[in-house]
Design a protein around this ligand. Structure first.
Ligand code: ATP
Length: 205
């Protein structure tokens, strides 16, 4: 089995890369989805979040009130760190469960948008970064229904490619047409993933 992470800024093409890897046969898990799963109603993760931040972060029916939690952690780095200290180990454990459930010889891919999650990048066999110039990225985000101001604010709030790139083993350029990205992914699949999937041990993540 081999594990890979796909990372990149908002709108860079991570989902497109992950989708192609899934088409090629990878087992793909999405960090956003895992992050929601670990604080679903009735989970120990949600209980820990409520204990730290108070019952105000719960809705009347016991689910996480994301807006209330976001309002608390926005602009409060200590609160954000506390939240991440609760959720990140749970997300990592959930990813390990996906990995451990995969067949021997599988390629297991995790989509990880944020640097804090990249702190665990060393535990992936291959970290795939995807990049696109800001203006093109903004245009794609606008196509997806975002305002230009919102797109630029979100890009500014994230780490930049200069910080991300040194953490990546493979760097995909998504400034071209979709097909050009797909061809790069196909090459990573056949040259960097498949040949090692059967050989690599189970010691990652
Ligand atoms: P997010 O961080 O918001 O989850 P992402 O990094 O997963 O985004 P995608 O969803 O893959 O990025 O791509 C962003 C948008 O740009 C999508 O609407 C996608 O269809 C489009 N897109 C991606 N690559 C290209 C391309 N090469 N040409 C044109 N459109 C593209």
């Amino acid at each position: 089995m081999i594990t890979a992470a796909v990372t990149g800024g908002i709108g860079s093409g991570k989902s497109t890369v992950s989708r192609r890897l899934a088409e090629l046969g990878a087992v793909v898990s999405d960090s956003d989805q895992l992050a929601r799963q670990v604080v679903a109603p009735g989970t120990p993760g949600l209980a820990a979040v409520a204990e730290r931040f108070g019952a105000g972060v719960l809705t009347a029916d016991g689910a996480l009130d994301r807006a209330a939690l976001a309002a608390i952690v926005f602009g409060d780095p200590a609160a954000r760190r506390d939240l991440e200290a609760i959720t990140h180990p749970l997300v990592r454990r959930a990813f390990r469960a996906v990995r451990d459930g995969a067949a021997p010889g599988a390629v297991v891919v995790n989509d990880i948008p944020i640097l804090t999650a990249l702190a665990v990048a060393a535990s992936f066999h291959l970290v795939i970064g995807v990049t696109v110039d800001d203006d093109r990225r903004v245009a794609r985000l606008i196509d997806r229904g975002m305002t230009e101001a919102d797109a630029r604010a979100r890009i500014a709030a994230q780490i930049g490619d200069a910080q991300r790139r040194p953490l990546c083993d493979v760097w995909l350029d998504n400034n071209g047409v979709l097909d050009a990205l797909v061809r790069q992914v196909d090459r990573v699949w056949s040259e960097r993933l498949v040949p090692f999937a059967a050989a690599v041990g189970d010691d990652a993540a």
